[in-house]
Design a protein around this ligand. Structure first.
Ligand SMILES: C[S@@+](CC[C@H](N)C(=O)[O-])C[C@H]1O[C@@H](n2cnc3c(N)ncnc32)[C@H](O)[C@@H]1O
Length: 255
């Protein structure tokens, strides 16, 4: 069992207590506002077939499917505890015909799904757990249709020539990685991996809402977590949305 799997099997009940159904730290106060923003920003449209890779307890998947009556979603999480919680939510809203959750490792998406299958793959604060982000992106590229999309929301460490500040950034990011079993993404490496996998950039942007850090703060206070050396307002990273389109030409191989 991987560290991330162990982490979410153990910690999901604590996230449910504080975060509710959506385990995302960068967010407006209202969960619905976050998910409606995501629908629009990722351009999730009714009738699409999408994959939510790193789906948590299916809070986002259920919300999207309730908003869009012809949307179909496959959801994957590494944690069996989250699969069970996700199934409860799918049952509650009677969405079995359109939302399916399974336990799986997103490093092996192409083992679970056929090639050229989805209109869109989303990673909502999930890709940063990857041991090998390039492998995950390559797998995502295989299961997305030509002309389909990938959408990633995550955080990327600040970069500065100021040695002192950079050291502080690296320290806090290191703490986040240790405490949250994260493997914080590097922006340059992520973009390179996307392009090498056959994706073209549609946009990179900062999410269009004010962040409310209270939920993260409440969670960290409640469970005695200190990633920031007592200064939770220090921002060691920027949060970004990245959207790309799979081009017809993939890794030099015409499709
Ligand atoms: C911060 S949570 C975000 C959950 C969800 N996207 C949401 O918005 O509520 C990170 C998610 O990534 C999933 N995850 C991490 N590593 C994974 C892997 N190798 N394969 C599949 N899922 C993974 C975790 O199980 C968890 O569901």
């Amino acid at each position: 069992m991987s560290d991330v799997e162990k982490y979410y099997d153990e910690w999901t009940s604590r996230y449910l207590e504080v975060y509710g159904d959506v385990i995302q730290a960068y967010r407006p106060a209202e969960t619905e506002a976050l998910l409606d923003y995501t629908l629009e920003s990722a351009q999730i449209e009714d009738g699409m077939h999408i994959l939510d890779a790193g789906c948590g307890v299916c809070g986002p998947a259920v919300h999207f499917a309730r908003r869009l009556p012809h949307l179909r979603i496959e959801a994957v999480t590494i944690s069996q505890v989250q699969v069970e919680e996700g199934k409860k939510r799918i049952d509650k809203w009677g969405l079995h015909d359109r939302v399916h959750v399974r336990k799986g490792d997103y490093h092996h998406l192409d083992q679970y799904f056929p090639e050229n299958h989805f209109d869109l793959v989303v990673f909502l604060e999930a890709l940063g757990h990857a041991v090998n982000p390039s492998q995950v992106i390559e797998g995502a590229a295989r299961v997305v249709k030509s002309g389909g999309f990938i959408y990633i929301k995550d955080f990327f460490p600040l970069e500065t020539d100021d040695e002192h500040l950079q050291k502080r950034v690296d320290e806090v990011v290191g703490n986040i990685n240790d405490i949250y079993t994260y493997n914080t993404l590097d922006l340059h490496e992520t973009i390179t991996a996307l392009r090498k996998a056959g994706f073209l950039l549609v946009y990179i942007k900062r999410p269009g809402y004010e962040s409310d850090i209270n939920i993260r703060r409440n969670f960290e206070d409640k469970f005695g977590i200190d990633t920031h050396g007592g200064k939770p307002e220090f921002m060691p990273a920027e949060w970004l949305e990245i959207k790309c389109q799979k081009i017809w030409w993939n890794n030099g191989k015409e499709e």
